[in-house]
Design a binder for this molecule. Sequence first.
Ligand code: HQG
Length: 180
Amino acid sequence: MDERRMTRISKYLARHLRHDPQRIGLVLDPAGWVEADALLRAAAEHGFPISAEELREVVAANDKRRYTLEDGRIRANQGHSVPVDLGLPVTEPPEVLYHGTVGRFVAAIRDEGLRPMSRHHVHLSPDRETATRVGARRGAPVVLVVAAGAMHRDGHAFRRSANGVWLADHVPPRYLRFPS
Ligand code: HQG
């Protein structure tokens, strides 16, 4: 499969497994899973046929491991805006995590900390390089350093998604370090 087809399918999956399953008549279970066959049927019925082979290839080759396909079911690993409980255990984070953003959000973030905005959680990266890529989706990246260890000791819960993204409910400003 070429890169463009791969990206189109991945975006189609993100839209329907994270944000808008009802658009194609899908119902996710409470943990975000749907039968892969049901997904393929719904996609075909709504004018976007995907083969089972293509689905497997996209899940396996996806640059960010955005999806898990197992026991005939598929779900997005993170990034939902529809309510799902991924059932991820609370996990001790590394001492430091990173968040990539852009300059125009910095004043608000200094004020109120990091908020999930339209997602369920604040997404944090394990390394600066990843955070830089996340920020660069929107413009010149600004990388904030998050005192995750201190937050954890103060009782804030961290979870880690199947693709290595760290999730928190909110990061108060006192745990953030901004570049000078
Ligand atoms: C910003 C992609 C104003 C925040 C990526 C970000 C990631 C605030 C934006 C994943 C704020 C939300 C998540 C506040 C946070 N005031 N702005 N108080 N708090 N923000 O897309 O972290 O391709 O929901 O800095 O690679 O950018 O979807 O979050 O700029 O892993 O798999 O509000 O999405 O992965 O944007 O990205 P997003 P994100 P996928």
